[in-house]
Design a protein around this ligand. Structure first.
Ligand SMILES: Cc1cc2nc3c(=O)[nH]c(=O)nc-3n(C[C@H](O)[C@H](O)[C@H](O)COP(=O)(O)OP(=O)(O)OC[C@H]3O[C@@H](n4cnc5c(N)ncnc54)[C@H](O)[C@@H]3O)c2cc1C
Length: 492
Protein backbone atom coordinates (compact mmCIF):
# COMPACT_ATOMS: atom_id res chain seq x y z
CA UNK A 1 0.00 0.00 0.00
CA UNK A 2 1.31 3.48 -0.84
CA UNK A 3 2.26 5.79 1.99
CA UNK A 4 0.01 8.71 2.82
CA UNK A 5 0.87 12.37 3.15
CA UNK A 6 -1.38 15.24 4.09
CA UNK A 7 -0.41 18.68 2.78
CA UNK A 8 -2.04 21.40 4.86
CA UNK A 9 -2.49 24.58 2.81
CA UNK A 10 -2.70 24.65 -0.99
CA UNK A 11 -0.14 27.46 -1.41
CA UNK A 12 2.35 26.97 -4.21
CA UNK A 13 4.91 25.29 -1.93
CA UNK A 14 2.43 22.69 -0.70
CA UNK A 15 1.07 22.04 -4.16
CA UNK A 16 4.57 21.53 -5.57
CA UNK A 17 5.45 19.14 -2.74
CA UNK A 18 2.15 17.29 -3.18
CA UNK A 19 2.56 16.90 -6.94
CA UNK A 20 6.16 15.62 -6.63
CA UNK A 21 5.18 13.11 -3.94
CA UNK A 22 2.12 11.95 -5.92
CA UNK A 23 4.43 11.39 -8.91
CA UNK A 24 6.58 9.15 -6.68
CA UNK A 25 3.57 7.01 -5.73
CA UNK A 26 2.52 8.61 -2.43
CA UNK A 27 -1.16 9.02 -1.73
CA UNK A 28 -1.48 12.79 -1.36
CA UNK A 29 -4.33 14.67 0.30
CA UNK A 30 -4.18 18.47 0.16
CA UNK A 31 -6.43 20.17 2.70
CA UNK A 32 -7.11 23.86 2.07
CA UNK A 33 -9.02 26.47 4.07
CA UNK A 34 -10.10 28.68 1.16
CA UNK A 35 -12.57 27.79 -1.59
CA UNK A 36 -9.79 28.08 -4.21
CA UNK A 37 -6.20 26.84 -4.28
CA UNK A 38 -3.04 28.97 -4.52
CA UNK A 39 -3.01 31.04 -1.30
CA UNK A 40 -1.07 34.25 -2.13
CA UNK A 41 -0.55 32.88 -5.64
CA UNK A 42 -4.21 32.15 -6.28
CA UNK A 43 -7.21 34.03 -7.57
CA UNK A 44 -10.60 35.05 -6.28
CA UNK A 45 -13.77 36.04 -8.07
CA UNK A 46 -15.66 39.26 -7.46
CA UNK A 47 -18.19 41.04 -9.69
CA UNK A 48 -17.84 38.11 -12.10
CA UNK A 49 -14.17 39.01 -12.59
CA UNK A 50 -11.11 37.05 -11.53
CA UNK A 51 -8.43 38.90 -9.52
CA UNK A 52 -5.09 37.61 -8.23
CA UNK A 53 -4.82 37.15 -4.48
CA UNK A 54 -1.20 38.36 -4.53
CA UNK A 55 1.53 37.25 -6.92
CA UNK A 56 1.45 38.44 -10.52
CA UNK A 57 4.96 37.84 -11.93
CA UNK A 58 6.50 34.36 -12.18
CA UNK A 59 10.20 33.48 -12.33
CA UNK A 60 12.13 30.34 -13.22
CA UNK A 61 9.96 29.39 -16.20
CA UNK A 62 12.70 29.94 -18.81
CA UNK A 63 13.88 26.78 -20.55
CA UNK A 64 15.73 24.62 -18.00
CA UNK A 65 14.97 27.32 -15.39
CA UNK A 66 14.43 26.27 -11.76
CA UNK A 67 10.63 26.05 -12.04
CA UNK A 68 10.61 24.85 -15.65
CA UNK A 69 12.72 21.85 -14.60
CA UNK A 70 10.27 20.92 -11.84
CA UNK A 71 7.27 21.27 -14.17
CA UNK A 72 9.14 19.14 -16.69
CA UNK A 73 9.62 16.42 -14.03
CA UNK A 74 5.85 16.56 -13.44
CA UNK A 75 5.08 16.37 -17.20
CA UNK A 76 3.35 19.73 -16.97
CA UNK A 77 3.20 22.52 -19.49
CA UNK A 78 2.28 26.01 -18.28
CA UNK A 79 1.37 28.67 -20.89
CA UNK A 80 3.11 31.98 -20.18
CA UNK A 81 4.46 35.12 -21.78
CA UNK A 82 8.05 36.33 -21.39
CA UNK A 83 8.21 39.95 -20.20
CA UNK A 84 10.76 41.99 -22.17
CA UNK A 85 10.02 45.19 -20.24
CA UNK A 86 8.64 43.90 -16.95
CA UNK A 87 8.80 47.00 -14.81
CA UNK A 88 9.38 50.74 -14.39
CA UNK A 89 10.55 52.08 -11.05
CA UNK A 90 9.50 55.69 -10.43
CA UNK A 91 11.57 57.70 -7.97
CA UNK A 92 10.84 61.35 -7.13
CA UNK A 93 13.37 62.63 -9.66
CA UNK A 94 13.74 59.85 -12.23
CA UNK A 95 12.34 56.70 -13.82
CA UNK A 96 14.27 53.45 -14.31
CA UNK A 97 13.02 50.78 -16.72
CA UNK A 98 13.96 47.15 -16.17
CA UNK A 99 14.69 45.23 -19.36
CA UNK A 100 15.20 41.56 -20.04
CA UNK A 101 17.89 42.30 -22.60
CA UNK A 102 21.28 42.92 -20.97
CA UNK A 103 22.45 45.60 -23.43
CA UNK A 104 19.17 47.50 -23.08
CA UNK A 105 19.48 47.26 -19.30
CA UNK A 106 23.05 48.62 -19.28
CA UNK A 107 21.99 51.46 -21.58
CA UNK A 108 19.13 52.20 -19.23
CA UNK A 109 21.54 52.40 -16.29
CA UNK A 110 23.69 54.83 -18.32
CA UNK A 111 20.62 57.01 -18.89
CA UNK A 112 19.21 56.73 -15.36
CA UNK A 113 22.38 57.05 -13.25
CA UNK A 114 24.59 59.43 -15.28
CA UNK A 115 26.17 61.09 -12.20
CA UNK A 116 28.00 57.90 -11.12
CA UNK A 117 27.68 55.67 -14.14
CA UNK A 118 31.22 54.22 -14.01
CA UNK A 119 30.80 53.02 -10.43
CA UNK A 120 27.20 51.91 -11.00
CA UNK A 121 28.18 49.70 -13.95
CA UNK A 122 31.13 48.23 -12.04
CA UNK A 123 28.84 47.55 -9.05
CA UNK A 124 26.19 45.97 -11.24
CA UNK A 125 28.65 43.75 -13.11
CA UNK A 126 29.98 42.44 -9.82
CA UNK A 127 26.41 41.89 -8.60
CA UNK A 128 25.71 39.96 -11.79
CA UNK A 129 28.81 37.81 -11.32
CA UNK A 130 27.74 36.96 -7.78
CA UNK A 131 24.20 36.18 -8.93
CA UNK A 132 25.52 33.74 -11.57
CA UNK A 133 27.49 31.92 -8.89
CA UNK A 134 24.46 31.84 -6.56
CA UNK A 135 22.23 30.57 -9.35
CA UNK A 136 24.66 27.74 -10.12
CA UNK A 137 24.60 26.70 -6.45
CA UNK A 138 20.77 26.83 -6.40
CA UNK A 139 20.76 24.54 -9.44
CA UNK A 140 22.63 21.90 -7.40
CA UNK A 141 19.41 21.67 -5.33
CA UNK A 142 21.27 22.07 -2.07
CA UNK A 143 18.83 22.45 0.82
CA UNK A 144 19.77 24.64 3.79
CA UNK A 145 20.42 24.09 6.65
CA UNK A 146 22.33 20.93 5.71
CA UNK A 147 21.15 18.25 8.17
CA UNK A 148 21.40 15.10 6.03
CA UNK A 149 23.83 14.04 3.34
CA UNK A 150 21.19 14.28 0.62
CA UNK A 151 20.55 17.94 1.57
CA UNK A 152 23.79 18.66 -0.26
CA UNK A 153 22.25 17.78 -3.64
CA UNK A 154 24.98 18.07 -6.29
CA UNK A 155 26.88 20.71 -4.32
CA UNK A 156 30.02 18.60 -3.67
CA UNK A 157 30.54 18.03 -7.40
CA UNK A 158 29.89 21.69 -8.08
CA UNK A 159 32.46 22.76 -5.48
CA UNK A 160 35.08 20.50 -7.05
CA UNK A 161 34.33 21.84 -10.53
CA UNK A 162 34.11 25.54 -9.57
CA UNK A 163 36.37 26.19 -6.54
CA UNK A 164 37.03 29.83 -7.55
CA UNK A 165 33.37 30.78 -7.73
CA UNK A 166 32.69 29.03 -4.41
CA UNK A 167 35.51 30.97 -2.76
CA UNK A 168 33.96 34.18 -4.05
CA UNK A 169 30.61 33.19 -2.52
CA UNK A 170 32.27 32.36 0.77
CA UNK A 171 33.85 35.82 0.76
CA UNK A 172 30.47 37.51 0.32
CA UNK A 173 28.42 35.13 2.45
CA UNK A 174 27.78 37.53 5.32
CA UNK A 175 27.64 40.71 3.23
CA UNK A 176 24.53 42.82 2.83
CA UNK A 177 23.72 44.72 -0.37
CA UNK A 178 24.83 47.87 1.43
CA UNK A 179 28.27 46.33 2.02
CA UNK A 180 28.70 45.90 -1.73
CA UNK A 181 27.46 49.45 -2.38
CA UNK A 182 30.08 50.65 0.08
CA UNK A 183 32.84 48.85 -1.81
CA UNK A 184 31.99 51.02 -4.83
CA UNK A 185 31.43 54.15 -2.68
CA UNK A 186 27.81 54.13 -3.77
CA UNK A 187 26.19 53.77 -0.35
CA UNK A 188 25.23 57.44 -0.24
CA UNK A 189 24.28 57.73 -3.91
CA UNK A 190 20.55 58.23 -3.28
CA UNK A 191 18.96 57.35 -6.67
CA UNK A 192 20.63 53.93 -6.88
CA UNK A 193 19.87 53.22 -3.26
CA UNK A 194 16.19 54.17 -3.65
CA UNK A 195 15.97 51.99 -6.74
CA UNK A 196 17.52 49.00 -4.95
CA UNK A 197 15.37 49.51 -1.85
CA UNK A 198 12.19 49.50 -3.97
CA UNK A 199 13.22 46.28 -5.70
CA UNK A 200 14.42 44.57 -2.53
CA UNK A 201 11.37 45.43 -0.45
CA UNK A 202 9.26 43.40 -2.88
CA UNK A 203 11.76 40.60 -3.52
CA UNK A 204 13.58 40.24 -0.19
CA UNK A 205 11.10 41.89 2.21
CA UNK A 206 13.81 44.27 3.44
CA UNK A 207 16.09 47.02 2.11
CA UNK A 208 19.80 47.42 1.20
CA UNK A 209 20.85 47.85 4.81
CA UNK A 210 19.70 44.38 5.81
CA UNK A 211 19.19 42.34 2.63
CA UNK A 212 21.70 39.48 2.35
CA UNK A 213 23.87 40.02 -0.73
CA UNK A 214 23.84 36.46 -2.07
CA UNK A 215 20.08 35.87 -2.52
CA UNK A 216 19.52 39.57 -3.28
CA UNK A 217 22.00 39.47 -6.17
CA UNK A 218 19.80 36.79 -7.72
CA UNK A 219 16.58 38.69 -7.06
CA UNK A 220 17.99 41.89 -8.59
CA UNK A 221 19.23 40.14 -11.73
CA UNK A 222 16.48 37.62 -12.28
CA UNK A 223 14.76 39.79 -14.90
CA UNK A 224 17.64 39.09 -17.34
CA UNK A 225 16.99 35.34 -16.96
CA UNK A 226 13.31 35.92 -17.46
CA UNK A 227 10.17 37.13 -15.74
CA UNK A 228 6.79 35.88 -16.89
CA UNK A 229 3.11 36.63 -17.04
CA UNK A 230 1.31 33.30 -16.61
CA UNK A 231 -1.58 33.25 -19.05
CA UNK A 232 -4.82 34.18 -17.22
CA UNK A 233 -2.85 34.94 -14.05
CA UNK A 234 -0.68 33.20 -11.51
CA UNK A 235 -3.66 31.32 -10.07
CA UNK A 236 -3.56 29.16 -13.20
CA UNK A 237 -0.20 27.80 -12.16
CA UNK A 238 -1.55 26.78 -8.76
CA UNK A 239 -4.67 25.28 -10.31
CA UNK A 240 -2.56 23.29 -12.79
CA UNK A 241 -0.52 21.84 -9.90
CA UNK A 242 -3.70 20.92 -8.00
CA UNK A 243 -5.08 19.29 -11.15
CA UNK A 244 -1.84 17.31 -11.56
CA UNK A 245 -2.12 15.98 -8.00
CA UNK A 246 -5.64 14.74 -8.78
CA UNK A 247 -4.51 13.16 -12.09
CA UNK A 248 -1.80 11.34 -10.13
CA UNK A 249 -4.40 9.81 -7.80
CA UNK A 250 -4.38 12.41 -5.01
CA UNK A 251 -7.12 14.60 -3.56
CA UNK A 252 -7.47 18.34 -3.07
CA UNK A 253 -10.09 19.32 -0.48
CA UNK A 254 -10.94 23.03 -0.52
CA UNK A 255 -13.11 24.89 2.02
CA UNK A 256 -11.75 22.52 4.64
CA UNK A 257 -9.72 24.43 7.26
CA UNK A 258 -7.55 22.23 9.44
CA UNK A 259 -8.35 22.67 13.11
CA UNK A 260 -6.05 20.25 14.86
CA UNK A 261 -2.99 18.01 14.43
CA UNK A 262 -2.38 15.09 16.78
CA UNK A 263 0.48 12.60 16.76
CA UNK A 264 -0.77 9.14 17.76
CA UNK A 265 0.70 5.65 17.16
CA UNK A 266 3.41 7.00 14.83
CA UNK A 267 0.85 8.69 12.59
CA UNK A 268 -0.62 12.19 12.35
CA UNK A 269 -4.33 12.69 12.83
CA UNK A 270 -5.50 15.73 10.88
CA UNK A 271 -8.91 17.13 11.74
CA UNK A 272 -10.38 19.47 9.18
CA UNK A 273 -13.90 20.55 8.33
CA UNK A 274 -14.34 17.90 5.62
CA UNK A 275 -12.01 15.13 6.76
CA UNK A 276 -10.73 13.55 9.98
CA UNK A 277 -8.04 11.06 9.02
CA UNK A 278 -4.59 9.68 9.93
CA UNK A 279 -1.55 10.05 7.67
CA UNK A 280 2.03 8.74 7.69
CA UNK A 281 3.47 12.19 7.07
CA UNK A 282 2.36 15.83 7.13
CA UNK A 283 3.55 19.01 5.44
CA UNK A 284 2.41 22.26 7.00
CA UNK A 285 2.38 24.82 4.18
CA UNK A 286 0.02 27.30 5.82
CA UNK A 287 2.50 29.62 7.50
CA UNK A 288 0.44 29.32 10.67
CA UNK A 289 1.02 27.32 13.82
CA UNK A 290 -1.02 24.32 15.02
CA UNK A 291 0.96 24.06 18.25
CA UNK A 292 4.60 24.34 19.34
CA UNK A 293 7.09 23.31 16.67
CA UNK A 294 4.56 22.95 13.86
CA UNK A 295 5.41 26.19 12.03
CA UNK A 296 8.14 28.80 11.60
CA UNK A 297 5.53 31.49 12.30
CA UNK A 298 6.34 30.98 15.99
CA UNK A 299 9.77 32.57 15.45
CA UNK A 300 10.57 36.13 16.51
CA UNK A 301 11.07 37.32 12.93
CA UNK A 302 8.71 40.00 11.70
CA UNK A 303 6.91 39.73 8.42
CA UNK A 304 4.75 42.19 6.52
CA UNK A 305 1.11 42.34 5.72
CA UNK A 306 -0.21 43.55 2.36
CA UNK A 307 -2.72 46.23 1.50
CA UNK A 308 -4.09 45.88 -2.02
CA UNK A 309 -6.48 47.40 -4.48
CA UNK A 310 -7.98 45.42 -7.35
CA UNK A 311 -9.41 47.54 -10.14
CA UNK A 312 -10.84 47.38 -13.63
CA UNK A 313 -10.02 50.01 -16.22
CA UNK A 314 -11.48 50.72 -19.62
CA UNK A 315 -9.42 48.85 -22.25
CA UNK A 316 -8.60 52.10 -24.11
CA UNK A 317 -6.06 52.59 -21.28
CA UNK A 318 -3.73 50.18 -23.15
CA UNK A 319 -2.88 53.10 -25.48
CA UNK A 320 -1.24 55.00 -22.63
CA UNK A 321 2.52 55.44 -22.81
CA UNK A 322 5.11 56.17 -20.16
CA UNK A 323 7.96 58.42 -21.35
CA UNK A 324 7.27 57.50 -24.97
CA UNK A 325 7.20 53.74 -24.40
CA UNK A 326 4.30 51.27 -24.19
CA UNK A 327 3.26 50.45 -20.62
CA UNK A 328 5.45 47.95 -18.78
CA UNK A 329 3.77 45.02 -17.02
CA UNK A 330 4.35 46.62 -13.61
CA UNK A 331 5.23 49.89 -11.90
CA UNK A 332 6.97 50.43 -8.60
CA UNK A 333 6.21 53.97 -7.46
CA UNK A 334 8.21 55.32 -4.52
CA UNK A 335 5.64 57.56 -2.78
CA UNK A 336 6.33 61.23 -2.10
CA UNK A 337 7.35 61.95 1.48
CA UNK A 338 4.20 64.10 1.89
CA UNK A 339 2.08 60.93 1.66
CA UNK A 340 2.37 60.50 5.42
CA UNK A 341 -0.09 57.60 5.56
CA UNK A 342 1.97 55.55 3.09
CA UNK A 343 5.02 56.04 5.28
CA UNK A 344 3.39 55.56 8.69
CA UNK A 345 1.17 52.58 7.82
CA UNK A 346 2.77 51.37 4.64
CA UNK A 347 6.28 50.68 3.59
CA UNK A 348 8.15 50.53 0.33
CA UNK A 349 6.86 51.24 -3.15
CA UNK A 350 3.31 51.19 -4.46
CA UNK A 351 3.38 48.17 -6.76
CA UNK A 352 1.00 48.33 -9.74
CA UNK A 353 0.36 45.83 -12.54
CA UNK A 354 -1.72 45.97 -15.71
CA UNK A 355 -3.07 42.70 -17.10
CA UNK A 356 -5.80 41.41 -19.40
CA UNK A 357 -9.14 41.02 -17.60
CA UNK A 358 -10.88 37.64 -17.23
CA UNK A 359 -14.26 36.69 -15.88
CA UNK A 360 -15.01 34.09 -13.22
CA UNK A 361 -14.92 31.31 -15.85
CA UNK A 362 -11.46 32.48 -17.06
CA UNK A 363 -12.89 33.93 -20.30
CA UNK A 364 -11.30 37.15 -21.58
CA UNK A 365 -13.18 40.42 -21.06
CA UNK A 366 -11.94 42.34 -24.09
CA UNK A 367 -13.08 45.83 -23.16
CA UNK A 368 -11.45 45.88 -19.71
CA UNK A 369 -7.98 45.89 -18.16
CA UNK A 370 -7.26 44.57 -14.71
CA UNK A 371 -5.08 46.73 -12.49
CA UNK A 372 -3.68 45.46 -9.18
CA UNK A 373 -1.97 47.75 -6.65
CA UNK A 374 -0.29 46.74 -3.41
CA UNK A 375 1.95 48.06 -0.66
CA UNK A 376 3.55 46.49 2.40
CA UNK A 377 1.83 47.34 5.65
CA UNK A 378 2.15 46.46 9.32
CA UNK A 379 -0.67 44.03 9.91
CA UNK A 380 -0.74 44.46 13.69
CA UNK A 381 -1.90 48.08 13.26
CA UNK A 382 -4.98 46.93 11.34
CA UNK A 383 -5.93 44.33 13.92
CA UNK A 384 -6.39 46.88 16.69
CA UNK A 385 -8.78 49.32 14.97
CA UNK A 386 -12.46 49.91 15.68
CA UNK A 387 -14.83 49.26 12.76
CA UNK A 388 -15.03 52.98 11.93
CA UNK A 389 -11.30 53.64 12.19
CA UNK A 390 -10.66 50.58 10.05
CA UNK A 391 -12.93 51.88 7.30
CA UNK A 392 -11.40 55.39 7.50
CA UNK A 393 -7.91 54.02 7.27
CA UNK A 394 -8.82 51.67 4.42
CA UNK A 395 -10.23 54.62 2.44
CA UNK A 396 -7.29 56.93 3.22
CA UNK A 397 -4.68 54.40 2.10
CA UNK A 398 -6.60 53.74 -1.14
CA UNK A 399 -6.84 57.48 -1.82
CA UNK A 400 -3.12 58.00 -1.22
CA UNK A 401 -2.20 55.07 -3.47
CA UNK A 402 -4.45 56.31 -6.27
CA UNK A 403 -2.91 59.80 -5.93
CA UNK A 404 0.56 58.33 -6.38
CA UNK A 405 -0.49 56.31 -9.45
CA UNK A 406 -2.43 59.23 -10.92
CA UNK A 407 0.76 61.35 -10.85
CA UNK A 408 2.27 58.89 -13.30
CA UNK A 409 -0.73 57.74 -15.36
CA UNK A 410 -4.34 59.01 -15.55
CA UNK A 411 -5.85 55.76 -14.23
CA UNK A 412 -8.80 57.49 -12.56
CA UNK A 413 -10.09 58.68 -15.96
CA UNK A 414 -10.42 55.02 -17.02
CA UNK A 415 -11.56 53.52 -13.73
CA UNK A 416 -14.61 51.21 -13.90
CA UNK A 417 -14.37 49.47 -10.53
CA UNK A 418 -12.05 49.18 -7.55
CA UNK A 419 -12.05 47.31 -4.26
CA UNK A 420 -9.46 47.38 -1.48
CA UNK A 421 -8.25 44.58 0.79
CA UNK A 422 -6.25 44.82 4.01
CA UNK A 423 -4.34 42.31 6.14
CA UNK A 424 -7.72 41.49 7.70
CA UNK A 425 -9.00 40.47 4.27
CA UNK A 426 -6.07 38.06 3.97
CA UNK A 427 -6.88 36.79 7.46
CA UNK A 428 -10.44 36.02 6.38
CA UNK A 429 -9.49 34.14 3.22
CA UNK A 430 -6.12 32.54 3.87
CA UNK A 431 -6.07 32.51 7.65
CA UNK A 432 -3.16 34.92 8.29
CA UNK A 433 -2.53 38.66 8.25
CA UNK A 434 1.18 38.37 7.49
CA UNK A 435 2.16 37.35 3.97
CA UNK A 436 5.41 37.31 2.03
CA UNK A 437 7.60 35.32 4.44
CA UNK A 438 10.53 36.58 6.49
CA UNK A 439 13.05 39.23 5.39
CA UNK A 440 16.05 37.74 3.58
CA UNK A 441 18.58 39.05 6.08
CA UNK A 442 22.02 37.44 6.43
CA UNK A 443 20.68 35.62 9.49
CA UNK A 444 17.58 34.25 7.77
CA UNK A 445 19.18 33.46 4.43
CA UNK A 446 22.69 32.32 5.36
CA UNK A 447 23.41 31.86 9.06
CA UNK A 448 20.10 30.36 10.28
CA UNK A 449 17.93 29.41 7.31
CA UNK A 450 14.66 27.79 8.32
CA UNK A 451 14.57 24.11 7.59
CA UNK A 452 11.78 22.12 5.92
CA UNK A 453 12.13 19.71 8.86
CA UNK A 454 10.30 20.40 12.10
CA UNK A 455 11.12 19.25 15.62
CA UNK A 456 8.31 16.64 15.31
CA UNK A 457 8.62 13.22 13.66
CA UNK A 458 7.10 12.96 10.15
CA UNK A 459 6.10 16.64 10.16
CA UNK A 460 7.62 18.99 7.56
CA UNK A 461 7.25 22.70 6.92
CA UNK A 462 7.12 24.23 3.45
CA UNK A 463 6.21 27.59 1.93
CA UNK A 464 7.61 31.10 1.99
CA UNK A 465 8.75 30.87 5.62
CA UNK A 466 11.10 27.94 4.95
CA UNK A 467 14.35 27.97 2.91
CA UNK A 468 14.84 29.50 0.35
CA UNK A 469 12.38 32.21 1.43
CA UNK A 470 9.77 34.57 0.01
CA UNK A 471 8.19 34.53 -3.48
CA UNK A 472 6.52 31.92 -5.64
CA UNK A 473 9.73 30.44 -7.01
CA UNK A 474 11.27 30.07 -3.55
CA UNK A 475 8.06 28.64 -2.08
CA UNK A 476 7.89 26.10 -4.90
CA UNK A 477 11.53 25.17 -4.23
CA UNK A 478 10.78 24.74 -0.52
CA UNK A 479 8.06 22.31 -1.61
CA UNK A 480 10.64 20.42 -3.65
CA UNK A 481 13.01 20.28 -0.64
CA UNK A 482 10.22 19.04 1.66
CA UNK A 483 9.19 16.37 -0.87
CA UNK A 484 12.78 15.19 -1.28
CA UNK A 485 13.29 15.02 2.49
CA UNK A 486 10.13 12.89 2.81
CA UNK A 487 11.06 10.57 -0.07
CA UNK A 488 14.56 10.02 1.34
CA UNK A 489 13.58 9.66 5.01
CA UNK A 490 10.42 7.59 4.51
CA UNK A 491 10.90 5.60 1.30
CA UNK A 492 7.60 4.15 0.07
C1 LIG B 1 0.34 41.26 -2.66
C2 LIG B 1 1.38 40.22 -2.97
C3 LIG B 1 2.04 40.25 -4.19
C4 LIG B 1 3.01 39.28 -4.49
N1 LIG B 1 3.62 39.32 -5.72
C5 LIG B 1 4.48 38.32 -6.06
C6 LIG B 1 4.96 38.24 -7.40
O1 LIG B 1 4.60 39.03 -8.28
N2 LIG B 1 5.82 37.21 -7.69
C7 LIG B 1 6.19 36.28 -6.75
O2 LIG B 1 6.96 35.37 -7.08
N3 LIG B 1 5.72 36.33 -5.48
C8 LIG B 1 4.86 37.32 -5.13
N4 LIG B 1 4.32 37.34 -3.87
C9 LIG B 1 4.75 36.33 -2.88
C10 LIG B 1 4.11 34.96 -3.16
O3 LIG B 1 2.77 35.11 -3.55
C11 LIG B 1 4.18 34.10 -1.92
O4 LIG B 1 5.50 34.13 -1.39
C12 LIG B 1 3.84 32.62 -2.21
O5 LIG B 1 2.72 32.52 -3.06
C13 LIG B 1 3.59 31.92 -0.88
O6 LIG B 1 3.33 30.55 -1.11
P1 LIG B 1 3.23 29.50 0.08
O7 LIG B 1 3.48 28.18 -0.52
O8 LIG B 1 4.07 29.93 1.23
O9 LIG B 1 1.72 29.49 0.53
P2 LIG B 1 0.64 30.62 0.87
O10 LIG B 1 0.35 31.36 -0.37
O11 LIG B 1 1.02 31.36 2.08
O12 LIG B 1 -0.63 29.72 1.15
C14 LIG B 1 -0.93 29.16 2.39
C15 LIG B 1 -2.25 28.41 2.23
O13 LIG B 1 -2.59 27.82 3.46
C16 LIG B 1 -4.00 27.93 3.61
N5 LIG B 1 -4.39 27.79 5.02
C17 LIG B 1 -4.22 28.68 6.03
N6 LIG B 1 -4.72 28.18 7.16
C18 LIG B 1 -5.20 26.94 6.89
C19 LIG B 1 -5.82 25.92 7.66
N7 LIG B 1 -6.08 26.06 8.96
N8 LIG B 1 -6.19 24.77 7.03
C20 LIG B 1 -5.96 24.59 5.71
N9 LIG B 1 -5.36 25.53 4.94
C21 LIG B 1 -4.98 26.69 5.52
C22 LIG B 1 -4.33 29.29 3.05
O14 LIG B 1 -5.69 29.44 2.74
C23 LIG B 1 -3.41 29.32 1.83
O15 LIG B 1 -4.04 28.79 0.69
C24 LIG B 1 3.32 38.28 -3.55
C25 LIG B 1 2.65 38.23 -2.32
C26 LIG B 1 1.67 39.17 -2.04
C27 LIG B 1 0.92 39.07 -0.74
Amino acid sequence: MSKTVCVIGAGIGGLMAGALLAKEGWHVTVVEKATTVGGSAGSYARKNRRFPTGATIAFGLEERGLLDTLFHELDMNIPFELLHHPMDILLDDRKISIFRDKTEWENEMRRAFPERIGDVLAFWRRLEQISEAVYAVTETRVSLPIQRLYDLGNLPLHVLAHPGSMLQLARYATHTVEDLLRMYKLDSYTPLRQFLDAQLLDAAQTDCTEAALLPSSLALNIYRRGSFYVEKGMGQLSEALAQRIIELGGEVLTASPVKELQYEDSKWRISSRKRNEVYDTVINNTGISFGPGTSHSESEDVSWGAYRIDALLNASFWHQELNGRPLPFALQIVPEKEQAILYSDGHGPVYVTFQPAYNRQHEPVEDEIMMTCSIHTQSKQWEQLSKEDYQDKKNSVAKAMFQEIQKVLPVEDYLLYSEAGTPLTYQKYIGKTEVGGFPLTVRNAILKPKSVRSSHPQLYIAGEQAFPGPGTLSSALSGYHAARAIMKSHPS
